[in-house]
Write a protein that binds this ligand. Sequence first.
Ligand SMILES: Nc1ncnc2c1ncn2[C@@H]1O[C@H](COP(=O)(O)OP(=O)(O)OP(=O)(O)O)[C@@H](O)[C@H]1O
Length: 257
Amino acid sequence: MSEANDRHGATAPALEIRQLSFAYTGRPALDDVSLSVAAGEFVVLLGPNGAGKTTLFSLVTRLHDRRRGEIRIGGYDVRRQAVQAHARIGVVFQQPTLDLDLSVAQNLAYHGALHGMGRGEAKTQALAQLERVALADQRRTRVRRLSGGQRRRVEIARGLMHRPRLLLLDEPTVGLDIASRRDLVEHAHRLCVEEGVAVLWATHLIDEVRPGDRVLVLHHGRLLADERPETLTARLGVETLGEAFDLLVGTEEAACG
Ligand SMILES: Nc1ncnc2c1ncn2[C@@H]1O[C@H](COP(=O)(O)OP(=O)(O)OP(=O)(O)O)[C@@H](O)[C@H]1O
């Protein structure tokens, strides 16, 4: 979708957050967070439980809205230009949100209708996205019969049906085995390279970070690092990203993996 870029210049980031702060009934959950994700970029939002990752996603998607700061998607302000902004986001939530008693295709058709897509367009997009995640031949299967990894792939296909430029994934590998986790990480990287989709991947698992990924370390609602693993380890004078993470957030809260 180049419309946002046409209007806002080719350099409009897929996501831009400026000085974002948010509190749940007086308790700060995000404190002055600024970040930007370029078009087609893969960025890991790494933080232990309670760091504020889900809260940040909730503010981008406007599940919560009482906050300070600015959020733009593809150059569009999520409050003042909500329709344009939200047409450009796909989301895979931490908790699975598929209807287990519907088929894969029915789940995707429902999403297409929610996004105002015609039936024909929704069907075409659903098939194209299911092919990308190698699940086209399962489209008539009830979701209940799929494995955890397959369900997550269906959610990614669904999140991309309306052709967003930014895909938010909130701990998408929770509960999956190692091979399925690796497949999902690889798939998300391919989306960036082949489709130009920007991906913000939230996790507490260090082993989901790949060399070359940009890593945002979030802890107690504050952004403590925004750099490549190799830059971060060199800056902190340690060997591994795990050691760097321990130093930043404290060993007692260190991510596993
Ligand atoms: N609805 C809520 N009401 C009050 N406090 C909340 C609410 N949701 C989250 N919090 C608190 O806000 C902080 C950030 O939580 P958040 O869920 O955003 O973190 P997270 O990084 O996504 O963690 P996790 O990986 O455990 O989901 C935590 O201290 C959490 O207890």
